[in-house]
Design a protein around this ligand. Structure first.
Ligand SMILES: [Zn+2]
Length: 382
């Protein structure tokens, strides 16, 4: 009878272990898929913010050049004023020169007439001797003065024309600069349009990835729920197989530890979700002890499984009939106890490690009442 019972328990444990491994594997796959999707999301978020930054840099550059064009246009307007005045001066000087020249031509005409017809012809026309004598001299003096005035006007006009040419040259330079900048702005405008399209595409990719992450998150939570449900079933199975009374008199599972690194309900270091247990930061290899008398309900895990190497102890029912169990996670190696083995309070059931979802050596301790995670500090002395 006892042998049959033991065989049944062993068969059950073997089946239970397969089922546990399967569920744990599913949970692990879902977890790594989730991590992968999240990493991809981060990449896509980085790509998006990079694209946005590049786009902003282009827009800044365009703004700068547009400002420069505006300044240049203002300078060009001033220059155009100067140029207009220079042109007017040149025209005015030209007009003065032409007038002076016309006057000069008249005098020259007079001189020519005097020369062609000879002094005698003038005798008849002259009204006085003085007029006759001085006429030729006067004409010559006049022509000399006109000649000098024309020379001055010519020089002045040349100076003004030079200035006009300089200004026109400057204007041409400005015009070329402006055109170059306007071309840059045009190129940038095209690039900005392309970049905006790239940003939209990156945004769409990011959003699509967010959907993937949500799906992976949901899949993980389902797998986690299934596994969690399984742990509860295991504890319930323990309650079925063993009639134990739990007086809720617990001992600390560690002889010594450094500090409580994460309490129950605080955001955990992995998912940011409320912590389901209590973490004792402790030296690697520190002995982990059963918090109370009980039966080993699960013992196993792996390096990569979220709990790492772990043990579940079933302690029996309390006065209120609630099932009481404890869970010890992240052990350094496969625990030295096996399923269905009875343990007494204070007995060594493993050593502190850093396996599974763990960042540093610590014991993750859970207290489960009717399968539900409960704050261990409510019952277990730390
Ligand atoms: Zn923990």
């Amino acid at each position: 009878m006892a042998a049959v019972g033991m065989a049944a328990v062993l068969a059950f444990s073997a089946l239970a272990d397969d089922r546990r491994q399967e569920l744990a594997g599913e949970r692990e796959d879902a977890s790594s898929n989730l991590a992968q999707q999240q990493a991809q999301l981060e990449e896509k978020e980085d790509a998006l913010s990079q694209a946005v930054q590049q786009g902003q840099a282009m827009k800044d550059q365009k703004g700068e050049i547009t400002d420069q064009i505006y300044q240049l246009s203002e300078e060009m307007a001033l220059l155009e004023d100067q140029l207009e005045r220079a042109r007017q001066s040149v025209n005015q000087k030209q007009a003065e020169y032409t007038a002076q020249w016309d006057q000069y031509k008249e005098i020259l005409g007079g001189m020519q007439l005097l020369h062609d017809q000879g002094g005698l012809a003038w005798l008849a026309q002259a009204k006085s001797l003085y007029q006759l004598l001085t006429f030729s001299d006067t004409l010559q003096q006049m022509s000399q003065a006109e000649d000098e005035a024309l020379e001055v006007l010519k020089t002045e006009k040349e100076e003004l024309s030079k200035r006009q040419l300089l200004l026109e040259d400057l204007e041409a330079q400005f015009q070329a600069q402006k055109q170059e900048m306007e071309e840059k702005v045009q190129v940038l405008t095209g690039q900005i349009q392309q970049q905006d399209a790239a940003i939209s595409a990156a945004q769409a990719e990011k959003e699509a990835q967010q959907v993937q992450v949500q799906a992976a998150q949901a899949a993980f939570e389902e797998a986690d729920d299934r596994y969690e449900e399984y742990v509860r079933q295991q504890i319930a199975q323990g309650a079925q197989n063993h009639t134990l009374y739990c007086g809720l008199e617990f001992g600390c599972p560690l002889d010594s530890y450094a500090f409580l690194s994460c309490r129950f309900g605080e955001p955990d270091g992995w998912s940011g979700k409320p912590h389901g247990g209590m973490d004792f930061a402790a030296n690697a290899g520190s002995t982990i002890r059963a918090a109370a008398d009980g039966v080993v309900q699960a013992a196993g895990g792996s390096e990569s499984y979220s709990y790492g190497y772990y043990v579940i102890l079933y302690h029996g029912r309390d006065e209120a009939g609630r099932t009481i169990a404890t869970l010890y996670a992240h052990m350094n190696e496969a625990p030295p106890v096996s399923v269905s083995q009875s343990v007494t309070k204070g007995e060594a059931i493993g050593r502190v490690g850093n396996t599974g979802n763990s960042k540093g050596y610590h014991l993750h301790l859970e207290l489960r009442i009717d399968g539900q995670r409960t704050d261990p500090l409510a019952y277990i002395p730390a």
